[in-house]
Design a binder for this molecule. Structure first.
Ligand code: NAI
Length: 743
């Protein structure tokens, strides 16, 4: 096949590659190829025998000469890899940097295990494992500081599968894979990538082991291109293992059987139980392929869930992913049962803590009345009404006869809150809970828990918690109930207003101080057990954000105007993500849905707020009622350009950009330029596929930037322009936006 028309060749100009053991065999080939592609190369070789005896400078010198003769750049180094610092210093002295480390040097001291001496063992570990450690550690900080590094470890099929007579070598070689796996994790955030290869090639190491006709087909040149590709800055592979030889390359990964749990709750685990389950333990049908230790460990969590009902791990209030349950529900016995009265005493502190927990800030002057007890209008946010009621749900459910619930399977599905009176800013509230109804949804049961909260004799608020118990359905109950406070889908038109807030990375850490102590929201290990990448935000916290968005947009933050809210918790939120509430006004009824802006996923669905009948002044900067934006004109022109040259742009740019245009601090319009799919497209609204870069700036600043009056870099540093995602891609925008000054 002809290479013409292919993408650009992979070059390493300006990069410095260090190859250990490069005086011959595979290492020499790597060094030659890197040099041919523009890298300056440090050719390291101790120049000893196969068994690691003796030393000489000639091996490294020969290869350096070869490279120079071909017009490349190279310097020799004759130290043993155990002198990692010295070898890296050679790179720094000669070229001032180090970008690539190929840990390749190796020796063999094959012996059957019984005859393996201490020296046989130690020498092999020292050259392969310790040597790779020493060289890599010496280069690591330089790579970290420059935020770029590529490392290769050299394993062997003997390490992966074992090989007679190579106990010492196999141990070292698989040790290198373990080292590589961890470096891949630790280096990731510094753009240091580490991969491992298990090569097969003709060299002095294999000449005594493999037949000549096979060796002829196993040129080192059939391995080197993989190493070079893995080290290129455009290659994103990290933490992987490749089998390579004869021009063939394959990737390896771990596989694990579904396995079997061989113990029962409160019973001893026995060797006999292991024996009896042996077939299941070893059966690879439907095997899984865990990619990380977290993923591997999450299985244990599911096992514990199944076994230890009484561990009290509550998944509420959010959605989770656990499939089986040991719950049993008897609706006839449970429905109508009362939960023992709970009492909640609080001072000014708790409503303030709650307001901070749902993202209120002194940066917003009109938040002060929720944050400062000395403020004339000091008030309690209406959604604080869930706090006194939540105790009824957390503890007391367990005491209800007929509800034998596995609390590890409990998800908080929906929430309804109705205000009867504004909440006092301190005092003692009493809550009475009742099991209003229980629904059978097949895959699970929904328990409707009604909680009425009183201040003395006055009803202050009413909550309905919808609690989904995974796996507890199928008891022959009804599917719906007139007790349910139903969700409502938003109207089929663009939202009338949008308000967004970035949650802090500590949002859940703060919100939990309101009394929801579930470790799912703070402990990374616990969250991993539950199948989440990170601790997740409380669903009720997201609800608090959405409620105050509506309160501000349509009720001037007047808590007496807030009558009710209903939400369904559709997806988890990771603290640090941006919550964006879309609102549609229909009289005093406000439909809403809240999305995570970064992923465009709806997290609060079918939601609404009911406001009081009293007159309120809607803001004029909501999307539905805004005046024309200047940026609209620019986007109209962009659309015209994309129609003309979209295809070409898709080829060159290959990215999706989203603009959030603000006016008076609120999002006034969203535009997406998709230069990744088809022949390019511009459309209004958030990106339908994940945006690579999201820009947020005001309508005025946007026009200033595209007309060349405001330098985007300065705008960025001044905080006028916010960029999320791949910032480097912004450079490609010039192709689309340049020459606007002429507009
Ligand atoms: P080779 O013997 O041609 O190259 C290894 C080089 O490392 C030699 O030039 C040697 O002088 C040098 N070296 C040995 N100890 C050193 C030390 N302490 N410090 C610096 N340099 C040292 O062998 P080959 O086949 O090119 O091996 C390269 C790597 O690939 C080795 O790690 C080997 O274990 C591995 N490997 C090779 C396979 C093959 O089929 N050739 C199979 C599996 C793994």
């Amino acid at each position: 096949m002809s290479a013409s028309g292919a993408a650009l060749p992979l070059r390493f100009d300006g990069k410095v590659a260090l190859v250990t053991g490069a005086g011959g065999g595979l290492g020499r080939t790597y060094a030659l190829l890197f040099a041919e592609r523009g890298a300056a190369v440090v050719v390291n070789d101790l120049g000893g025998s196969i068994k690691g005896e003796g030393k000489s400078s000639s091996a490294a010198d020969r290869v350096v000469e070869e490279i120079r003769a071909r017009g490349g750049k190279a310097v020799p180094n004759y130290d043993s890899v155990e002198q990692g610092e010295k070898i890296v210093q050679t790179a720094l002295d000669a070229y001032g940097r180090i970008d690539i480390v190929i840990n390749n040097a190796g020796i063999l001291r094959d012996r059957s295990f019984a005859r393996t001496s201490d020296l046989d063992w130690d020498l092999i570990q020292r050259v392969h494992l310790r040597g790779s450690f020493k060289v890599t550690r010496a280069a690591w900080n330089h790579m970290r500081n420059q935020k770029y590094g590529r490392i290769i470890m050299t394993a062997s099929s003997s390490g992966i599968y074992g090989n007679f007579g190579q106990a010492n070598y196999s141990a070292a070689k698989l040790g290198l894979l373990g080292l590589s796996n961890t470096l891949a994790i630790e280096g990731q955030k510094y753009n240091i990538q580490c991969n491992t290869i298990a090569p097969t090639a003709d060299s002095r190491l294999t000449q005594t082991v493999l037949p000549q006709e096979l060796l002829d087909a196993l040129k080192p040149e059939f391995v080197a291109p993989l190493v070079v590709w893995l080290c290129h800055e455009s290659c994103q592979e990290n933490g992987s293992l490749f089998d390579v030889g004869a021009g063939w390359i394959g990737k390896l990964r771990w596989e694990r059987t579904l396995g079997a749990t061989v113990r029962q709750k409160d019973q001893q685990m026995t060797p006999e139980a292991v024996r009896d389950n042996w077939e299941r333990i070893c059966n690879f049908e439907n095997a899984t392929k865990p990619k990380s230790s977290k993923e591997a460990i999450s299985t244990l969590y599911e096992v514990l869930n199944k076994l230890d009902e009484k561990q009290g791990v509550s998944m509420n209030p959010t959605s989770g992913s656990i499939q089986t349950s040991t719950s049993s529900i008897d609706p006839a016995e449970a429905i109508g049962k009362k939960i023992p009265l709970t009492e909640y005493t609080y001072t000014n502190l708790q409503p303030i803590l709650y307001a901070l927990g749902v993202g209120m800030t002194t940066k917003d002057p009109d938040h002060l009345k929720f944050l400062f007890e000395g403020n004339e209008e000091f008030s309690c946010l209406p959604t604080f009404g869930v706090i006194p009621a939540q105790d009824a749900m957390n503890g007391a459910l367990a005491s209800i006869p007929g509800l034998n619930i596995d609390f590890t399977k409990v998800l908080h599905g929906e929430q309804y809150l109705k205000m009867h009176k504004p909440l006092p800013t301190s005092g003692t509230l009493k809550s009475k809970g009742t099991i209003a109804d229980i629904l059978d949804k097949g895959s699970g049961a929904v328990i409707l828990l009604d909680v009425h909260t009183y201040n003395e004799k006055d009803l202050v608020c009413y909550n309905q918690f919808s609690i989904f118990v995974v796996g507890a359905g199928g008891f022959g109950g009804k599917r719906t109930s007139d007790k349910v406070k139903v969700t409502m889908n938003p109207p089929n038109r663009p939202p009338d207003a949008i308000m967004s807030d970035i949650t802090s990375v500590d949002q859940a850490a703060l919100y939990r101080l309101n009394g929801d102590w579930n470790p799912l929201h703070i402990d990374p290990n616990f969250a991993a057990f539950g199948g989440f990448k990170k601790p997740i935000l409380h669903g009720l916290c997201s609800m608090g954000f959405a409620a105050r968005h509506v309160l501000k947009q349509y009720a001037n933050n007047d808590v007496t105007n807030f009558k009710a809210i209903k939400v369904r918790f559709a997806k988890p939120v990771i603290p640090g993500q941006t919550l964006e509430t879309e609102m549609w006004r229909d009289g005093n009824f406000i439909h809403l849905q809240t999305k995570v802006k970064e992923t465009n996923e709806i997290v609060l669905a079918g939601a609404y707020v009911v406001l009081g009948e009293t007159v309120y002044k809607p803001k004029t900067n909501g999307i539905g009622m805004r005046e024309e934006l200047q940026s609209d004109l620019v986007f109209a022109e962009v659309s015209r350009r994309i129609k003309n040259v979209g295809k070409e742009l898709v080829k060159k740019v290959n990215a999706i950009f989203q603009w959030d245009i603000t006016k008076d601090g609120n999002t006034a319009a969203q535009w997406t330029i998709d230069l990744k799919n088809g022949s390019g497209e511009l459309y209004k609204g958030a990106a339908r596929h994940r945006a690579d870069t999201i820009f947020t700036l005001s309508d005025d600043d946007f026009v200033q930037v595209v007309s060349g009056k405001l330098d985007p870099q300065k705008a960025f540093f001044a905080g006028q322009l916010k960029v999320k995602g791949n910032i480097m891609l912004s450079q490609k925008l010039e192709m689309i936006l340049k020459d606007y000054a002429k507009l």
